[in-house]
Design a protein around this ligand. Structure first.
Ligand SMILES: CC(C)(COP(=O)(O)OP(=O)(O)OC[C@H]1O[C@@H](n2cnc3c(N)ncnc32)[C@H](O)[C@@H]1OP(=O)(O)O)[C@@H](O)C(=O)NCCC(=O)NCCS
Length: 189
């Protein structure tokens, strides 16, 4: 059994593909724990996270405890035609009369942002988000998140994300999602 992560964050740093690969089981563990997914989801997602690392504009930020445990992770990359998420959002925007061409041009897709539950509620998610976006390519950032009042929603609204699509159903997931976006860069606060 692994020890419970310390809630105190020791360092937040950009991770290279090699560094994330070396910590991938830990990162996926945070993901399934934070999202409350079944443990088997971690292994299923590993090939996808590895493929994402090879995409143009990929950038990743990790947060570590004073015991060098990974306690938070965020990454994204430049969205492009042909990518599953891009095509799903395009379909949603077209069917709802949204401006697919302008939203889906020159954007950074914020793909994952997760903080271990033991370290949530202290501003760490926002710090990872800001660090990630401060070096992100693209004229805007887009993300999708399950609908509902969640801490993620509060965070995204606080940093100025606006509705792009609401109550959207991605193929293969029964939950309604929101797609949110905002221009880059984030203004300094
Ligand atoms: C979404 C998520 C990444 C946000 O990270 P977080 O560290 O919990 O949240 P934030 O950085 O937004 O911090 C917010 C809280 O910290 C508090 N806070 C902010 N700065 C602080 C500081 N310096 N000291 C103490 N508390 C602080 C805020 O008051 C806020 O509290 P509240 O949410 O209870 O009102 C995290 O909650 C998570 O992993 N959730 C589950 C997975 C998920 O939904 N991911 C997003 C999928 S799209």
């Amino acid at each position: 059994m692994t020890a419970a992560p310390s809630p105190r964050c020791y360092r937040i740093t950009e991770l290279t593909t090699e560094q994330l690969r070396a910590r991938l089981p830990e990162a996926l563990q945070i993901y399934v724990t934070a999202m409350n997914y079944p443990p088997a989801t971690a292994q299923q997602r590993a090939p996808m996270w590895s493929a994402h690392m090879l995409r143009a504009g990929w950038r990743c930020i990790g947060a570590f405890s004073d015991r060098d445990e990974l306690i938070g992770i965020g990454y994204g990359y430049l969205g492009a035609p042909g990518q599953w998420w891009h095509e799903q959002v395009r379909r949603g925007l077209l069917s709802s009369g949204g401006d697919a061409d302008s939203w889906l041009d020159d954007y950074f897709e914020l793909t994952e942002l997760h903080v271990h539950p033991g370290s949530q509620g202290g501003g760490l998610g926002e710090e990872i988000l800001r660090r990630l976006l401060s070096g992100a390519q693209g004229g805007k950032v887009l993300l999708s998140t399950p609908e509902g009042p969640t801490r993620a929603w509060k965070l995204y609204r606080r940093v100025g994300f606006a509705d792009v699509l609401r109550n959207y159903r991605f193929t293969g997931d029964p939950r309604p999602f929101a797609v949110l976006g905002r221009p880059l860069p984030l203004e300094a606060v």
